[in-house]
Design a protein. Structure first.
Length: 381
């Protein structure tokens, strides 16, 4: 459902037509914090499961606009609404409880949470969707560029021109925070929402690029070697001969350097994120092992570590060497990337034979767009 909720004539009539019974004196009141208030009432009560009313319908309308809510707008705070609120809170860097409290309401309705500019508040909500796109030249673009510079995705000239460099920085931001934007590099509302939360300090800044180099060991190196052993050179042989060992030695470095040379990448022998992205392009079927609820994180890590170590012959594998992620699926351990679903399903079957009955296959459009966690961060989840 696409709703005109961001100002303009006649929008309150559209809201009333879409939501039976949504009417009353609040619908016509003047803007308080920004233009959104011209069409939506900003009630103050806490909203939670089983509540009903116009203010619940307003929240559902906004969640629909953000892409979190796909059910009919009913004015009843049902399970689907609670789930949508929780997903919104997760992306906004708020405490996830599925309740529309004051902090969640401010994030939803765009009430500024600081006076530091467009992207340290939610004022951008009044600009439509997408908020900004390539080719625009306006002072708002300069604020976007300043925000991207502030969180370490620059240096970008703050020249008010949404050109290739700005689009590339936005795309990198979207990748690092797992934002499935309609057009990568274009600032949609969800990207702006998460950028605001990062600038405010409610979400941590983007992590450093991933890379592997000589001396590293563990499951990631094993996966690198496995895919290099399946990738053919122009001459017909593969880049890595033999079985994966999980140790990044001179042979692995030489294989990576040869792959980089053949693919017009800087031939350093270091598996940079750019190299890994190229090598793993098309490996969209991921074997994941979710953390079971009400179990110790360390116990779960050791359970998965033991199964992978036995399966991949990595006796020295440490829990810290596993790949931890957290998204709408909840926290999970990544146990392999594959081009073909049947290959991933075979991996799942092998892990289940070793006791990981909750292993399953998930499909990702971009492996490197997921939010990766350190072990310390995982233990706080």
């Amino acid at each position: 459902m696409s709703l005109m909720l961001w100002g303009g004539t006649g929008s309150s009539e559209i809201v009333r037509a879409l939501v039976p019974g949504l009417d009353g004196p609040d619908m016509g009141r003047e803007a308080i914090a920004h233009p959104l208030a011209q069409t939506l009432a900003q009630a103050t009560r806490v909203l939670q499961f089983a509540d009903t009313g116009d203010d619940v319908a307003e929240v559902q309308l906004l969640l629909t606009e953000f892409g979190y809510f796909t059910e009919p707008v009913s004015g009843l705070f049902d399970r689907e609404t609670r789930t949508a609120v929780a997903e919104f809170q997760e992306d906004a860097g708020l405490p996830v409880n599925g309740i529309v409290d004051g902090e969640t309401r401010r994030a939803l309705f765009g009430e500024p949470v600081s006076s530091g500019g467009l992207f340290s508040s939610n004022i951008w909500l009044s600009y439509g969707d997408p908020v900004l796109m390539r080719g625009e030249e306006t002072g708002i673009v300069a604020e976007l560029q300043a925000a991207l510079n502030e969180i370490g995705l620059g240096p970008i000239p703050e020249d008010s021109i949404y050109g290739n460099q700005t689009a590339a920085a936005v795309r990198e931001f979207q990748r690092r925070y797992g934002i499935d934007a309609p057009v990568l590099g274009e600032l949609d509302r969800r990207t702006a929402l998460i950028l605001s939360a990062v600038v405010e300090g409610r979400i941590r800044p983007p992590e450093a690029p991933i890379e592997l180099s000589q001396g590293d060991r563990g499951f990631e190196v094993h996966e690198l070697q496995r895919v290099l052993s399946q990738t053919r050179r122009p001459q017909g042989d593969t880049y890595f001969a033999g079985s994966p060992t999980g140790f990044y030695g001179s042979i692995t470095e030489g294989a990576v350097r040869a792959y980089q040379r053949d693919n017009n990448l800087p031939a350093t022998g270091i598996a940079t994120e750019r190299t890994l992205e190229r090598l793993f392009a098309g490996h969209r079927y991921v074997v994941v092992v979710p953390f079971r609820p009400n179990r110790s994180r360390l116990g779960e890590m050791n359970r998965v570590r033991s199964a992978i170590a036995r399966l991949d012959n990595l006796p020295g594998l440490r829990p810290q060497a596993l790949r931890f992620y957290d998204d709408r699926r909840g926290p999970y351990i990544d146990a392999g990337w594959y081009r073909q679903r049947d290959e991933a399903e075979a991996r799942v079957a092998a892990l289940r034979d070793r006791g990981l009955m909750n292993a399953r296959v998930e499909h990702f459009n971009d492996l490197f767009a997921r939010m990766r966690l350190s072990q310390a961060e995982l233990e706080t989840r």
